[in-house]
Design a protein around this ligand. Structure first.
Ligand SMILES: Nc1nc2c(c(=O)[nH]1)N[C@H]1C(S)=C(S)[C@@H](COP(=O)(O)O)O[C@H]1N2
Ligand SMILES: [Mo]
Length: 323
């Protein structure tokens, strides 16, 4: 007897909604005025995740510029080609070694120049504001880029609750640095812990995302579980992973990359095709997943394509000096 097993790409018959049921559901939703705005409809991730991690849906973001139309990078590429030096400097290291990271229990300390400091348990932090899906371009200073559907909420939601004082001019992010969980700390490539920082107005910009998931699921360890920031108009290294401390400070902090090579990495690190890095031109980029033999490089856009949204933050600044 022959039993037909569906090919992996074929939906199982039980997954196919009968047409009549589908139409009925649409009619009911339409009658309720929910056809487009249904949280169920909105919470469908844009691109498929790996299916192994907990689901983390987010509603389509309404923030200007939050949903780029570029085709998302495959989950396989986004989770196997990573920079996370705490697990090694090779692009394949984080996917192979980050299983030792323990994303629970996890606490994020919010401290410094603010009226309401506190230690947030990760699960409480995740409930602070509504989760949104945002499709951002991520441009690494090394000359490649990806398009990732992240899940999180604007960092400003957390900052507002902390009530920064008038002295708070910058926000500093510190990554976990635990030798027991992170084998890369044995190397001296960077001065651990990994520290990054933003000016307060940059951190308050609605596009600055406190990120808990991607592709409709919680973050894989190699992408910065359980919480990271994503700053789409800046080079990827500003988007610190696996954050344990957020501190409000008066003086401009020195990031780990500035510390290691001040002539190569400035504080701002806004994506800028007109200012070359000493080792890499920033004029164009290779989109991961499109890098076949004949694939064309894409021109890199000012502020990674987010100029309309963030350009005002830097009005009047000499971007060659403040690179
Ligand atoms: N803690 C920490 N955060 C980090 C890094 C790192 O090495 N350590 N690498 C950065 C760099 S260079 C890039 S390009 C992005 C990559 O994020 P992704 O792996 O999720 O694509 O993470 C950034 N955040
Ligand atoms: Mo990067």
């Amino acid at each position: 007897m022959l039993i037909k097993t569906p090919a992996p790409h074929e939906p199982h018959p039980s997954e196919i909604t009968p047409h009549r049921v589908y139409l009925n559901r649409r009619t009911t939703l339409a009658a309720l005025g929910l056809a487009a705005a249904s949280p169920l409809a909105l919470a469908q991730p844009t691109a498929a995740g790996g299916g192994k991690l907990a689901k983390l849906p987010g509603a389509r973001s309404a923030v200007a510029g939050a949903m780029v139309l570029d085709k998302p990078t495959s989950y396989a590429d986004a989770t196997s080609y990573n920079n996370f030096y705490e697990f090694g400097t090779d692009k394949a290291d984080p996917a192979q070694r980050a299983h030792t990271l323990k994303p629970r229990p996890w606490t994020v300390a919010v401290e410094g120049e603010c009226a309401k400091p506190g230690n947030y348990d990760i699960d409480a932090l995740m409930k602070l504001a509504a989760m949104e899906e945002r499709i951002y371009r991520l441009r690494c200073v090394e000359g490649w880029s990806m398009v990732i559907p992240w899940v999180g909420y604007s960092l400003s939601e957390l900052i507002k609750r902390a009530e920064p004082t008038g002295k708070a001019k910058f926000v500093e992010f510190t990554t976990l640095a635990d030798r027991a969980q992170m084998p890369g700390l044995r190397s001296g490539v960077l001065d651990w812990p990994y520290v990054e920082a933003l000016r307060m107005d940059e951190a308050m910009h609605p596009l600055a995302l406190l990120t808990f998931g991607m592709y409709g699921e919680v973050l894989p360890n190699q992408n910065g579980a359980p919480v990271r920031v994503v700053l789409p108009w800046k080079y990827g290294f500003k988007s610190a992973k696996s954050i344990v401390r957020i501190r409000f400070v008066e003086k401009q902090p020195r990031s780990s990359w500035e510390q290691s090579a001040p002539q190569e990495y400035g504080f701002y690190s806004n994506v800028n095709p007109n200012v070359a890095h000493p080792r890499w031109s920033q004029a164009s980029e290779r989109r991961i997943g499109e890098d076949g033999l004949f694939a064309k490089k894409r021109p890199t856009l000012m502020f990674n394509g987010y100029e309309a949204q963030v350009g005002q933050l830097y009005a009047g600044m000499d971007l060659r000096k403040f690179f």
